[in-house]
Ligand binder design. Structure first.
Ligand code: UDP
Length: 234
């Protein structure tokens, strides 16, 4: 089966990197995710990655203000980005980490045209530190970067699910999975798969999304080949 897309924005939640422990980093899971990424990269897929940070910190605490808390969250995404970079490079893939908060000693700053150039040269660019702004999410970052780099689609790998359901399948055994949805459906039905900022950014810019389960990392290969394994949002 051949690739369905030329350029994708792969969104990995922080929890995708933490395995069953739910926090921190799981070396084996990261290896399998990077193995799957290598397969489609070797096939010629242009890949950028936005990684979340929920495995370290999700910015809410009554003890500290939201902006500080969100800054901590953004730093968490950078730890994940560097970890992914290490594994991908060990597999012989050239990568660059670009951060939305300057940390020039460890990674490049985010420069859109430079990111596109890296991607054209076959490098995988990992976008870290979210948008660089508090009160936003890495889903919004994924939507923003996907539009900025002109990706064909966002491939969003989620832990513990294999797509979008009408209710939480972990709580309701009769939950129904959607094969296809529109962004308006997500907003109207209040489906909590992506926040409203990310949803409307995708909608306004006609950016497609496929939500798929990352518990089996080989799904990255399946979804890149257009296999109907998750939920398509248009
Ligand atoms: N964050 C932020 N601005 C951004 C992106 C992320 O402030 O543009 C912070 C926010 O606190 C968020 C945390 O970083 O909770 C981790 O990101 P997210 O929760 O989106 O990660 P994921 O759920 O994908 O692991």
């Amino acid at each position: 089966m051949s690739l369905k897309y030329k350029r994708v924005l792969l969104k990995l939640s922080g929890e995708a990197l933490s395995g069953d422990q739910g926090h921190g980093l799981d070396d084996d899971i990261i290896e399998s995710i990077c193995d799957a990424i290598k397969v489609v990269h070797d096939e010629g897929l242009e890949i950028a990655i936005v990684v979340g940070g929920g495995n370290f910190w999700r910015g809410r605490s009554s003890k500290i203000d939201r902006a500080t808390s969100d800054s901590m969250g953004m730093l968490g995404t950078t730890i994940n980005a560097l970890r992914l970079q290490a594994s991908l490079e060990a597999k012989g893939i050239q990568t660059r980490v670009q951060t939305a908060i300057d940390m020039k000693q460890v990674a490049e700053p985010y420069i859109r045209r430079r990111a596109i150039r890296h991607i054209e040269k076959g490098r995988i660019v990992i976008f870290a530190a979210g948008t660089g702004l508090p009160y936003f999410s890495t889903d919004t970052t994924a939507a923003l970067r996907a539009v900025e780099i002109n990706a064909d689609v966002i491939l969003a790998g989620k832990r513990g699910t294999d797509g979008i359901y009408d209710s939480d399948p972990n709580k309701n055994k009769n939950a129904i999975k959607y094969d296809k949805l529109t962004y308006i459906d997500i907003l109207n039905k209040g489906l909590g798969i992506m926040d409203a900022t990310a949803t409307s950014l995708c909608m306004e810019n006609n950016m497609g999304l496929v939500v798929f389960g990352i518990d089996d990392p080989k799904n990255i290969i399946r979804v890149s080949h257009g296999e109907n394994i998750g939920t398509i949002v248009e």
